[in-house]
Every structure is written in structure tokens, then in C-alpha cells.
Design a protein around this ligand. Sequence first.
Ligand code: ADP
Length: 605
Amino acid sequence: MATINSDIILATLKKYWGYESFLSFQEKAIQSILDDNDTLTVLPTGGGKSICFQVPAVILPGTAVVISPLISLMKDQVDALKEVGIDSECINSSQDRATNAEVAGRLRNGTLKLLYISPEMLMTEYMQAMLKSIKISFFAIDEAHCISHWGHDFRAEYRRLYLIKEIFSGMKIHAFTATATKEVQNDIVRELKLVKPHIYIGSVDRTNLLYRMNRKEGDGFEQIVGTLGAHKKQAGIIYCLKRADVDSISAKLNKAGFKSLPYHAGLTDEERKSNQDKFSTEKTDIIVATIAFGMGIDRSNVRFIIHAAMPKSIEHYQQETGRAGRDGLPAYCYMYYSNRDMIIWEFIFGKSGGSEIMYEKLKEMYALCSIPQCRHAFLTTYFGQEYKTGKCNACDFCLEEIDSIDNASELAIKILNGIKDVQERFGAEHVAHILIGKETDNIKKWNHKSLPSFGSLSLETKFAVRAMIDQLLAQHYLVRTGEYYTISITDEGRRLLAGEVKPLLNRPVEGKKKKQLEKKKSKAMEKDWGDVDSNLFETLRALRLSLADKKHVPSYLIFTDKTLIDMATKKPKTLEEMKDIFGIGETKLRQYGKIFLEAIKENGK
Ligand code: ADP
């Protein structure tokens, strides 16, 4: 096959999508598809995977067949392609017969550049016969991790995709996923029977996400409300551990004036669908959900994720926070965790016969929350990649929002001595009371006021001491055991007492300093928006919503927030100037250029 020069690729990107350059690995993946190699491309959420197969689909003769696991995902992608002027369709069971027949007709005429179908549909004789009768440019497998038992969304039908190579001999296959683990990658290559695949693996690091991990205060509701206050008029998801928490937090938020909708497996199908649609179409900005709210959420301007409880693994955390900032603009991930979360998960694992691996993953998650270190670095190394950035400037640790403790060993030894003083037979709460020197009923009952460690950390708050105990647990200097969750010292903890190892400790920021930090945070957020005219932005956003409603598509398919921000900053006056706005290709310029120019003329100062 003749090499297609990179100017043509770039011109296609500009013509249809209005983008000036490629995101990391996109050009390589596109070139590999055009060069007729099997490929596996691993890019994080928001990394721009779709364009990697959509650009070649436009350039190459024939129709590209995209295998996609969910009808809602297919529909969004097809709608997005139509918006940029690319002929594409899906065939699935949710469409009526007449529509499917009409699509089949266009497929036979060779006018479609992309066809989206499910793996189940591909396995039907009807579909195979039809695909054999047309010219196919290649197969793209979206969400290819569904093929692997190691992934979190295993789908049995994905396992039969090896048949593609048998049925369509010589056909090239291009697999895409955001899941970067080696096991999943190997499974994909093996199961799809890829031949000498070119493999492109982007960084798992989501540089536009800012991570903040906090210990939960009480039930954490006040912290959630405080966080929502910093994100007015923005979209976000609040993840909870249990259905009951979803219902109660959502109800309390509505009472407190934050309009929100619940989402969990206990709602009826209609309620769930309706709440998800309201979120996708920007009728609702806040969803309170269990993990059940996930795949198929393509809303690109999710600006924050709040974890009202700790998820059970870093894989889940990465997936849930992955829904933020798909448009590449800064987005914020807040974690409010507690020991209780850990205990609840252990209880759930216990009931469901959780494996050793599950407990290990839970411990890693707890370590991410509680060990004071760069969150981006922790996540990147967890997924097996080296973190070379140094200071990330996008997590509470690197932004110095948490007080690292210089004399950590000294403090840790005081905590361990407190535990030794009570013969390792009490829980964290009681030990914390001893250390800060608080005379509770229990302290009196056990006469623990007479212990040498009583009041040895009297300058610390109980909240801080509890947080430091958590950190020592996460670093395996301590371990929590038994029915009463008593704390005891591990072998590693004994090495700490002997001065052979050094722990990491931080003091959670509380009180006045915290208020100052929050103020600084909101200032930083305002800065994200640069010189944008925010009133004009809101006007354009409303215009976008009304157009989206008329066309029955989600707003971000018309224009992403990034495009509206660019418009509300540059305020173009002519169609020629409009062409230079981020994300406006030829079709969108023709469809929406004039109406947005008028809105800018009327409302831009
Ligand atoms: P993924 O499927 O990897 O999560 P998407 O394909 O949904 O990512 O792309 C994420 C966002 O980035 C979309 O809004 C998409 O239009 C945008 N995008 C993709 N490629 C580029 C590019 N080269 N320049 C700018 N934005 C891009």
C-alpha cells in the first residue's frame, strides 16, 4: 500500500474535526493503520482513541467496522461523526427494522465510512453475509479490554472476536483500550490473533486531573458541600460505596440547594435511564452514584469527581476519575476516605469470598489515599510505568496543601510507643486519645492516664493523630486485626522503632489554614478559564443546549466546552475568524458558524 503522507492525515484532522495537531501517539497509530499493520493502541480516557481509527476510516476506501460494547456508546460516536460530516451508522437491536434496513442499503452502496456494531451482532449469519459482500477497510475493536478476564468489564462475546481473522481472511484488526496492564494487553493480542501487531502505549497519567485525598470528617457531608461550593454550575459525579448512601446524600444535597439525581442498581431501568440521560444532556449537573454509573458516560465536560468513600481498588479509582476532564480541560478529583470504608469493603469481601488479590488491591487503594506522596507518581507507577515528571503541580502533595512532617520518625515512634503501652490490645481511637492526653471514660476505666505515652502528642489534634495512624497502617508499620480492630506493630514497625527505616507522615490541614487554602484553590480554578468572557460563555452554553435539544443529541457533540471557551475568549467576528476556533471543522462551521457569530456579536462586550 502506498504510504499516505502526513500532510493528508493532518488535513483530514483539520477539515473534519478542526484540530491543528495530534495528541500523543495518535499520529503513530493512524500511520500504522494506514500502513496496513494490525495494531494495539493503549491511551488513557480522553487520550483521543476514536480519532485514531476514524481518520484512517475517512482516508481509506471502503467501510471500517467498529466493534463497540454498548449501544449508548455507539450512538454517541455515530452522532459525533455525523456532526463533523462523516457518513457513519450503527446497526443494533434498539433501532427499528426499517432504520436497520436503510443502513444496510447504504452499506451495500458503499457510502458509509464507518459502521458500528456489537460483538453479538457480528456473530449473526446475517451480518457476516452482509459484511462479506462489501469492501471493508479494517476492523476496529473499541474497549478491547472487554476481551480479558483481567479487565473489569469482561464480555463473553468479545472472546469470539478471534473469528474475524477466520471469516474475513487477511483483514486487519486495530484494538483500542485505556487499560494498560500487561495481562490485558497480552490477552488482547492473543485472543484477537493479531499478526505482528504494532503496539502503542501512551502514558496512563491524566495530567489534566488534579487529585486531592482527604480523611473523612464525620460522615463527610460537610466536606462534599464545601467542595460543591467551589464548583458551581459545573458538572460532577459523586461516587458512594452503597445504595443507601447514594439516596441519603442525594436527598440531603437537594435539601441544601444542590440539585442532584441518584443512580444505582436498585432504581428501576426507566429511572436509571432517565437520570443518566438528564446528566448526559446537561439537564442535571450532579449525579450521586454507586459504581453502577459508569460505562457509556461520555459527557466530556465533567469537571469534578468526588469520592464520598474509598473505592475497592486503584483500577476502579482510575476508571471512575477517568470520567472527568475528557475534553482536556482541568478537572478535579476529591477523595474523602475513612477506615470505615476499608472495614466495609473487607466485610463485603468476606461475605463474597474475596480473593487474596482483592485484599491486596484494597490495601494499595488505602495507601494511595493515606501515604503522603505525589498522587500522579503513585498512580503511574502502580500501572507499571515510570513517572519522570518530578513535581506534578496537580495534586495536594505537590501543591503543598498538606503539611509534610520533617521529624516523621520521632512522631511515628511516639505513636508506636503508645500502642506498645497498651500491649497492642486497643483500637486507633483509644490510642489517639491516650496520645493527645484526653481523659475519656475509657481512659479513666483502664487508668490509662498513668501510661508514659499519655499526652505525648498533646500538641496534635485527634484528627491529625488518627490520620497519622492511618498513614502508618498504609505503610505496613502497623496492622489492624481481630474483631475489635486492635492495632499492633508489624516487623517493619519494629524496624522503625530501631531507627532502621523512616516513615512518611503528613499532618492534615485543618482550621484557618484550610480556609486560606480553599480560597487559593478557587482562585486557581478561576485562572483555568484565562481571559474568557464568562457571561458570553454562559450565553453560548445556553445556545448550544437549545440546539442540542432540537437535534436530540448531547450538547458536547455540537461543541465541547473547550470550543466555547475559545469562542468566548477570541470573540470571532467573521466566518473566516471562526475557522480558527478550536474544534471547528468544515461541517460545523457551515452548520453553526453563523448562529454563534450572531450570539457573540449580540452578547460579547
Ligand atoms: P478516548 O476515547 O480515548 O477517551 P476520545 O476519542 O473521546 O478519547 O477523545 C477525547 C477528547 O479529545 C474528545 O473531545 C476529542 O474530540 C478530543 N481530541 C481527540 N483528538 C484530538 C486532537 N488531536 N486535538 C484536540 N482534541 C482532540
